[in-house]
Design a protein around this ligand. Structure first.
Ligand SMILES: C[S@@+](CC[C@H](N)C(=O)[O-])C[C@H]1O[C@@H](n2cnc3c(N)ncnc32)[C@H](O)[C@@H]1O
Length: 284
């Protein structure tokens, strides 16, 4: 079985998320939604956001939301802070962050899908937040932000997709101010996975499962990058339907549905985690 190279994986992801963004906010998000013929949004269906937050968002970013948490809900954002959202998609967390850091603050959304960024710009305009937000089309391994520019980096269900997680966390560390922090939701394995099953998922880089690693290895990546005070805010084992959705994210129209037997094998072993961590202060 041939493994995909890093550049192939990134191209595949750009295509999947680009097509999803082009299809727009009415796209179905998950395997089961497609089977039942329902329109749904992961954010709305799994209670990731409050009803008040959801009803305050433009339909574009709500419908194209593909997260597994709500990072601005535990980032402790305050007015005046600079936030960079890694893998902002159609801008759901950029909008929520911008509302918390104005006046005086700024949010920069980064994503390598130009189509997603277009959708996010549309949403920001609808939300009336143009003055507080900027977007950058870039790979998360090399964002254009200068060293030490951010108080907070948020990310929602993105780094699991990245083949070189070490490079992404080095980049986050670089752009954070000393004493800055991260608030991140992501997908990890809670247990070691059968190597053959892993290979099957990796072969097609299945949704948000194909690139995932186990939680211990994940936090070692943060540790190696220099982060301290890693605190898990919440951990949730994905239920059957959530697992099916995550395994073909951004939706069955855009990514292949994994083999049923493989999915059964990882059932109860895949979790969404929400955590914070800090870059040490200069004299810390
Ligand atoms: C699962 S979606 C989550 C989007 C958004 N955070 C949300 O909660 O709706 C993943 C996003 O990460 C972006 N992405 C994946 N790998 C990336 C990379 N290496 N560089 C930049 N963006 C990336 C995709 O284009 C997509 O928009």
């Amino acid at each position: 079985m041939t493994r995909m190279k890093t550049q192939e994986i990134k191209q595949l992801l750009k295509t999947r998320y680009g097509k999803c963004a082009e299809a727009g906010e009415a796209t179905m998000t998950c395997c089961s939604a497609s089977e039942t013929g329902r329109n749904s949004s992961v954010a709305a269906e799994h209670g990731l956001y409050s009803t008040a937050e959801l009803s305050s968002l433009p339909e574009i970013s709500r419908g194209l939301s593909r997260g597994c948490g709500n990072p601005t809900g535990f980032a402790g954002l305050t007015p005046g802070e600079v936030v960079v959202d890694f893998g902002c998609g159609a801008g759901i967390d950029v909008i929520l962050a911008a509302r918390k850091v104005i006046p005086g603050g700024q949010v920069i959304g980064v994503d390598f899908s130009p189509q997603m960024i277009e959708r996010a710009k549309q949403a920001i305009s609808e939300a009336g937040l143009l003055d507080a937000v900027e977007f950058v089309v870039a790979d998360l391994e090399q964002v254009t932000a200068p060293d030490g520019c951010a108080d907070v980096v948020t990310s929602n269900c993105v780094i699991n997709l990245c083949p070189d997680k070490e490079a992404v966390y080095r980049e986050i560390f670089r752009i954070l101010k000393p004493g800055g922090r991260v608030a991140i939701s992501d997908i990890v394995y809670k247990e070691k996975i059968d190597p053959t099953v892993r290979e099957h998922f990796e072969k097609t880089w299945s949704g948000c499962v194909g690139g995932s690693i186990d939680e211990e290895s994940y936090f070692k990546v943060l540790d190696d990058a220099g982060f301290v005070d890693i605190e898990v805010v919440a951990r949730h084992l994905l239920q059957q339907r959530e697992l099916e959705e995550m395994a073909c994210c951004p939706g069955p129209e855009f990514a292949p549905k994994p083999d049923e037997v493989d999915l059964q094998d990882v059932r109860g072993k895949v979790a969404s985690i929400k955590f914070t961590a800090a870059k040490p202060p200069i004299n810390g």
